[in-house]
Ligand binder design. Structure first.
Ligand SMILES: [Cu+2]
Length: 837
C-alpha cells in the first residue's frame, strides 16, 4: 500500500539529503492514535445502562488531523463481541473502511486492528462502529481535519457538536421489538393519528385546509399508514456532546466571537431540527465540503450528515443551541456562555412548530418530483427546467409556511399530469437492481423539493460534461408493519452486489416511495448531488431522501474494492436498506486475474482523490459473500386472555410467530373457551406462514381440534391473512375434515379514539359445506359472532380491555345444539388483558 511507496520515495531522499524531505514532512505528518473500545455504564435517564465507549468517552474522542497527514489508528477491542470502526466521509483504501463483513472481518474480542490511511481531504467528519448496532450504544466521535489553505471564512472559536439519541434498552432489543410490530414505539410519540386529534385539527383549520385534513385522513385509512410516522424508535434521551438537556454541554465564548459549530448527527435514527434562537446561523460547510455561505434561522440534520455553521456572539447572554427530534418527542440543548455562572432559561425556547402529516409532505414531494402512479416522468434538460427548479426550491422553502391549497394538488405542471388520486404504491415498483444505459434518462437532473436546493459548492466539484456510464435506480421502500426495508424491492440479504467499473461516472436516481426519510450514505465516494448548479453541484456523503421525493446524484468511481451503501437510519440499515458496491477489478482479482491496485493521488478538485489500493492479503471470503447484515430469526407472541365474571367463563387467544422476515411458523389458537371449568372450544393451527406482499400472508398446515368435537381430530388447513384498506384486519381459514369443508372468516378493525384509547369491532362467521354431527359442524352458516372491544393501550406490550360478544348459532348447528340442550346464542361480557412479548 502507499506507506511502502512513501518509504521507497523517501529513502533516496534521505541519502542525498534533499530539501524535498522537508516539504514532504511539513504536509504529511504521521499521526498515531490509540483507541480502546470498552463497555461503560452510563446514566442518561436516572437508570444506569450499559454503553460502549472509546477511551472511556461518549462521544468518542475527537480526532484532530491535518490535510495530507498519514494516520495510523490502533483500535483495541475490549468488548466481548467483535467490533470495527468506520471513518464516515473519508476516502480511504477499501480495507481500511471498517465495515464488518465487507471491508474487513470484525476485530475479535481482545484483539487490535491497525487502520492506516492518508488524508486527501479536510473538513468535519466523524467515525463510528460499523458492526451490528454498536453505534447506537455510544460508539461515535468527531473527526476534524484542518485544511492546508485557510478557509474562505473567518471564525475564532471552534466546537464540535455531536447530536445523538439514546435508549436504555439495548439496540438489539429495540430491533427485536420493531420486528414484533413496526409500530411498537409509536404510542410514545406526542403526535397520534387519533380520531379526536383529527377532529381537533379539522375544526381548528380554515375551510381550504379542512379539505386537506379530510384528504389526509382518508388517505391514511386507504393506504393503511399513519399520519405521523416520523420515527420508528421512541428514545429515552437525546444527547449533545454526550450530555442531556438536564445537564447541558456548555462552552465559554465572548461577545464579538465568531464561533464555528460543527454539527454531526450521530443519532441511530433521529432527524433533528436545530436552531439558536439568539442568532442567525451561517452555513459554511456541509458533509466536510465548503458551500456558498447562506444564512438560516434553523436547519434539519439527518443521521450521518454534518453541518458547519458560524454564529456571531452579539450579546453578553447565553446562546442556546436547541435540537429537537422531528417526531417532537424530545430535545437537547447546548449553551455558549459569555460568563461562567450565567443562568440558562431553557423553558423560554419555543419548540419547533408541529410538523404536518407525513402524508402531506410525501404528496408534495411526489408532485415536485413529477411522479405519477409509481412511474417517473422526467424533466427535459433546458431553460424550462431552471424555472421549474426555482419554483420547486421555493415550494420547499415554504414548507413550514401555511399549507398549499388542496386544489394545487390537481394542477397540471410541465412534468405531466399529477396523480388524480392520492395513492402510493403498496409494493415496490422496481424489483431487483440493475444498471441501465443512460440514453433517454441521461437528461435527468430533477432533484427538487429537498432541503438541499440552496446548496452550492464553494469551489468547482466536478466536470458536469463527463459522460455517464450507467444509471442505477434506487427505489426506497419498506414494509413498515413488518419492519423490512428495501432498495428496489429487496432487502440487502436478498440482493447481489452492484458491480461498478473503475474510472466511470454513474448516476443514481433515488425515489422514496415510503413515508420515512432515508439518509442514504455512500462509503469511499462522494455523491455529486445534481441540484442544478452543474460544476458547483455540492459533494455529499449522505443524502437524505425525504418521503415521496426523487433525487439524482452522480458518483465517480475513483476507488477499488467493495463498499457499503446504506440508509443511515441504523434500524433501516440492519433491516435491509443497504447494498454492496463492488468494483469489477476486485472480481478479476478473485478470479485470479489482474493485479493488486496501488495508486493513490489527490484530484484537482478539493476533497477528492483517486484511492485505488488493494492491500494483500485480500479475504476472498469477503469478496464472495460480502454482507453487512444477515437476516435474523425473530419471535412475536400475542396473547389475549379474558374473564366473564357473570358466567364463570374464560377465553384465550394466542398467536405465536417464529422465523425470518418472509417465512415463519405460526401457532394460532383463536378464542379457546373455558366454561365453568370445562374446555368448550379449543383448536390450534400449526401453520407455515409466508409473507407474499406488504399486507398479505398465505399460510397452511394442520389444525388440531380438541373441542367442540366429541373426539379430538387433526385436519389440514389453509389461510390468508392481511390488512385491507381502512385498516380492516382479515383472517380467512379453510379446513377440511370428514367430507366437510369449513371457512372461518374474521374481520376486525381498530380505531384510535384518543392517544391511548382504542375501539375494536370484529365480526366472525363460520361456514361449512356438510353436516358432521360428530364434529359438531352443521352445513351452512354455523356461527356468527359480533365483538365490540374498547381497550386502553398502557404501553406497547400491555393493553386492558372490556369486551362484548354476541354469538349466535344457525341452521344445522343450531339444531344439533338444541338436541343436546345447549344454548344456541350467547351474550358475553368480559374484561381482559392483551400482551405482546
Ligand atoms: Cu431509512
Amino acid at each position: 500500500m502507499n506507506t511502502k511507496r512513501t518509504i521507497h520515495l523517501l529513502l533516496p531522499v534521505c541519502w542525498f539529503g534533499f530539501l524535498l524531505l522537508l516539504t514532504v514532512n511539513v504536509y504529511a505528518a504521521h499521526r498515531v492514535v490509540n483507541l480502546i473500545i470498552s463497555y461503560k455504564t452510563v446514566n442518561f435517564t436516572g437508570t444506569p445502562a450499559q454503553a460502549i465507549a472509546v477511551n472511556n468517552q461518549i462521544p468518542a474522542p475527537t480526532l484532530h488531523f491535518k490535510e495530507g497527514d498519514e494516520v495510523t489508528i490502533n483500535v483495541y477491542n475490549h468488548l466481548n463481541v467483535g467490533t470495527s470502526l468506520h471513518w464516515h466521509g473519508l476516502l480511504v483504501p477499501w480495507q481500511m473502511d471498517g465495515v464488518a463483513g465487507i471491508s474487513q472481518t470484525a476485530i475479535p474480542p481482545g484483539s487490535v486492528f491497525h487502520y492506516h490511511f492518508k488524508l486527501y481531504q479536510c473538513g468535519t467528519y466523524w467515525y463510528h462502529a460499523h458492526m451490528s448496532l454498536q453505534e447506537q450504544q455510544g460508539l461515535y466521535g468527531g473527526i476534524l481535519i484542518d485544511p492546508l489553505k485557510p478557509p474562505p471564512y473567518h471564525y475564532n472559536k471552534d466546537f464540535i457538536v455531536v447530536l445523538s439519541d439514546w435508549n436504555n434498552a439495548s439496540p438489539t432489543q429495540v430491533y427485536a421489538n420493531l420486528k414484533k410490530a413496526g409500530d411498537y414505539y409509536t404510542l410514545r410519540f406526542p403526535l397520534q393519528p387519533s380520531l379526536l386529534r383529527f377532529i381537533h385539527d379539522y375544526r381548528k383549520a380554515a375551510p381550504e385546509e379542512r379539505k386537506q385534513w379530510l384528504s389526509d385522513y382518508k388517505m391514511m385509512q386507504q393506504m393503511r399508514m399513519s399520519l405521523y410516522d416520523f420515527s420508528d424508535v421512541a428514545y429515552d434521551a437525546y444527547l449533545l456532546n454526550g450530555r442531556t438537556f438536564k445537564t447541558p454541554w456548555t462552552a465559554p465564548v465572548r461577545v464579538g466571537d465568531v464561533v464555528r459549530l460543527r454539527f454531526i448527527d450521530a443519532g441511530g435514527s433521529t432527524l433533528f431540527n436545530v436552531k439558536i434562537p439568539s442568532a442567525k446561523m451561517k452555513i459554511v460547510q456541509v458533509d466536510g465540503n465548503n458551500v456558498k455561505p447562506y444564512f438560516v434561522n434553523h436547519f434539519s440534520i439527518s443521521p450521518g450528515e454534518t453541518y458547519d455553521v458560524l454564529v456571531l456572539i452579539a450579546h453578553p447572554t447565553p446562546s442556546i443551541i436547541y435540537a429537537e427530534s422531528i417526531d417532537t418527542l424530545g430535545h437537547v440543548i447546548g449553551v455558549l456562555k459569555t460568563a461562567p455562572h450565567q443562568i440558562v432559561h431553557r423553558q423560554e425556547i419555543q419548540p419547533f412548530p408541529e410538523p404536518l402529516p407525513v402524508t402531506r409532505e410525501m404528496m408534495e414531494n411526489r408532485m415536485n418530483s413529477g411522479r405519477t402512479h409509481g412511474s417517473i416522468t422526467f424533466m427535459e434538460d433546458g431553460p424550462t427546467s431552471h424555472s421549474a427548479m426555482k419554483k420547486m426550491a421555493h415550494a420547499s422553502q415554504a414548507k413550514s409556511a401555511p399549507i398549499s391549497p388542496y386544489h394545487g394538488h390537481h394542477e397540471k405542471t410541465q412534468h405531466g399530469t399529477i396523480a388524480e388520486n392520492h395513492s402510493m404504491p403498496t409494493e415496490s415498483t422496481i424489483v431487483g437492481d440493475s444498471i441501465v444505459a443512460p440514453s433517454a434518462l441521461q437528461k435527468v437532473h430533477s432533484t427538487s423539493g429537498t432541503k438541499y436546493q440552496p446548496l452550492v459548492a464553494a469551489v468547482k466539484t466536478n466536470d458536469p460534461h463527463k459522460p455517464i456510464k450507467g444509471i442505477i435506480r434506487m427505489e426506497l421502500f419498506g414494509y413498515m408493519d413488518r419492519f423490512i426495508w428495501f432498495i428496489n424491492g429487496r432487502p440487502e440479504y436478498k440482493a447481489k452486489p452492484i458491480l461498478l467499473q473503475p474510472g466511470q461516472r454513474y448516476r443514481i436516481i433515488f425515489t422514496n416511495t415510503s413515508m420515512m426519510h432515508h439518509p442514504m450514505h455512500i462509503h469511499g465516494h462522494w455523491f455529486i448531488l445534481r441540484n442544478g448548479h452543474g460544476a458547483y453541484d455540492p459533494l455529499l456523503h449522505t443524502i437524505d431522501v425525504p418521503p415521496g421525493a426523487t433525487l439524482v446524484a452522480d458518483i465517480d468511481t475513483d476507488a477499488s474494492g467493495q463498499w457499503f451503501f446504506h440508509c443511515h437510519q441504523l434500524y433501516h440499515m440492519v433491516a435491509g436498506m443497504a447494498r454492496v458496491l463492488q468494483y469489477s477489478t476486485l472480481i478479476d482479482l478473485e478470479k485470479g486475474q489482474g493485479q493488486l491496485e496501488n495508486s493513490a493521488k489527490p484530484l484537482p478538485y478539493a476533497n477528492q482523490a483517486i484511492v485505488r489500493v488493494d492491500q494483500a492479503p485480500i479475504h476472498f471470503n469477503l469478496v464472495k459473500h460480502p454482507i453487512g447484515h444477515l437476516p435474523h430469526f425473530f419471535a412475536a407472541n400475542f396473547l389475549d386472555a379474558d374473564e366473564d365474571p357473570f358466567n364463570n367463563s374464560q377465553e384465550v387467544t394466542y398467536k405465536g410467530l417464529f422465523g425470518g422476515d418472509y417465512n415463519k411458523i405460526e401457532f394460532y389458537m383463536n378464542e379457546a373457551e373455558i366454561n365453568k371449568g370445562m374446555v368448550e372450544n379449543a383448536d390450534l393451527d400449526l401453520f407455515y406462514w409466508r409473507l407474499i406482499s406488504q399486507f398479505w400472508v398465505v399460510k397452511g398446515g394442520v389444525n388440531y381440534v380438541y373441542r367442540p368435537a366429541r373426539t379430538p381430530y387433526l385436519q389440514p388447513g389453509l389461510g390468508l391473512e392481511g390488512l385491507m384498506p381502512y385498516f380492516i384486519d382479515t383472517d380467512a381459514r379453510l379446513y377440511y375434515h370428514n367430507g366437510s369443508a369449513k371457512l372461518d372468516l374474521e374481520l376486525s378493525r381498530d380505531t384510535q379514539i384518543t392517544h391511548h384509547f382504542f375501539v375494536r369491532t370484529e365480526i366472525r362467521g363460520i361456514f361449512a359445506t356438510k353436516t358432521v354431527s360428530h364434529d359438531e359442524i352443521g352445513s351452512g352458516l354455523n356461527e356468527f359472532e359480533f365483538d365490540f372491544q374498547p381497550y386502553y393501550q398502557i404501553n406497547p406490550a400491555i393493553a386492558v380491555y372490556l369486551q362484548y360478544q354476541s354469538i349466535g348459532h344457525y341452521g344445522e348447528t343450531q339444531r344439533l345444539l338444541q338436541q343436546e340442550n345447549e344454548p344456541t346464542s350467547e351474550n358475553r361480557y368480559s374484561v381482559g388483558v392483551s400482551l405482546l412479548f
